[in-house]
Write a protein that binds this ligand. Structure first.
Ligand SMILES: C[S@@+](CC[C@H](N)C(=O)[O-])C[C@H]1O[C@@H](n2cnc3c(N)ncnc32)[C@H](O)[C@@H]1O
Length: 309
């Protein structure tokens, strides 16, 4: 298990300065706690702030809770899917004495998840084709989806969730493998099938690992990731008081589009203003030091439900 380097940390701390009140009883929600890197830096920088960290992965939650236990009652960890933030909002407000001053979403998987072969997220290490965000969630794994979906269904998943141009070729390759009794049930078997499905010239044009987008697509499908994003943002808006902010860091265009559209529609509805007309991106220094940061885009919404048009 590898630690996770928090992405766009300085930018996020800078933005929070304008949301965090100088004194009083304020709390912030880190809706994707992961390794706890963002939460830790926020707790360090703002001594008056309490942080509630949420994650759907019980293993991530347990290790972050242990790491951050030194902050005592200033930090609490809660296991939940951020898609349920709306349902949790009333309870969180009651426990914490009012509205949150903001919510952070840092989407996708952490390094801890990606580098644990047994979790099945990595196309570089062998493991079971699992990809559930939490190993104990009672949902179909990537292997189940691969085994039980027909060619067209798989092609749809790869096209829509992976924006994979060669979706049909890969789906046909998987069907051929299944017909010979060899349904890919490990990460490396799936990578081999993908490679066999694609002519060498296409693989060269793809650049990088030809399995990347198919893996992204399966991960999104297994965890219903795109459904949780607008629901989670809606819950965050319910939780956050006027003058507070919602920060969302996305790593591919499907995530970013959902954030952009949600923030725009909130602005039109008079719930506040989009602070980032264009998404902010990490510095070159950060992208050189941390590969994961390369695709990051951050959008911020300032909540002001009292706005009148
Ligand atoms: C990129 S990592 C966050 C890393 C964290 N910001 C840090 O600096 O350590 C994303 C985390 O969000 C969690 N996650 C993804 N989707 C989720 C959801 N719908 N609800 C709750 N947690 C989710 C994952 O389990 C993962 O731990």
């Amino acid at each position: 298990m590898e630690a996770h380097v928090p992405v766009m940390l300085q930018e996020i701390l800078g933005i929070l300065e304008s949301f965090v009140p100088s004194g009083g009883n304020a709390f912030f929600v880190d809706a994707t706690l992961g390794w706890g890197g963002h939460s830790e830096a926020i707790l360090e920088k703002f001594p008056n702030l309490r942080v509630v960290g949420i994650d759907r992965d019980k293993t991530a939650l347990a290790s972050a809770a242990e790491r951050l236990s030194r902050y005592g009652t200033r930090f609490t960890a809660a296991r939940a899917n951020f898609g349920e933030l709306g349902e949790l909002a009333a309870g969180l407000k009651e426990e914490n004495g009012g509205n949150a001053i903001g919510v952070l979403f840092d989407y996708g998987v952490s390094n801890m998840q990606l580098t644990a072969p047994e979790r099945g997220f990595s196309f570089q290490e062998d493991g079971p084709l699992d990809m559930r965000m939490s190993p104990d969630e009672d949902i179909p794994t990537a292997a189940d989806i691969v085994r039980e979906s027909g060619t067209d269904e798989l092609a749809g998943i790869f096209r829509v969730f992976g924006e994979e141009r060669n979706a049909l070729r890969v789906a046909r390759g998987i069907t051929r493998a299944k017909e010979t009794g060899d349904a890919p049930d490990t990460t490396m078997k799936l990578v081999a099938v993908i490679r066999r499905s694609l002519p060498a010239a296409i693989q060269r044009r793809m650049g990088g690992n030809p399995a990347r987008k198919v893996f992204q697509a399966l991960r999104i499908a297994v965890n219903s990731e795109l459904e949780a994003i607008p629901r989670g943002l809606g819950g965050a808006l319910e939780l956050t008081g006027d003058g507070g902010g919602i920060i969302a860091v996305s790593y591919h265009s499907l995530e970013d589009r959902l954030v952009k559209r949600t923030f725009r529609s909130w602005e039109t509805e008079g719930r506040g203003s989009v602070r980032t007309k264009r998404p902010e991106v990490p510095s070159e220094e950060e992208t050189n030091a941390n590969r994961k940061a390369r695709s990051a885009k951050m959008r911020v919404f300032t909540v002001n439900k009292g706005m009148v048009f």
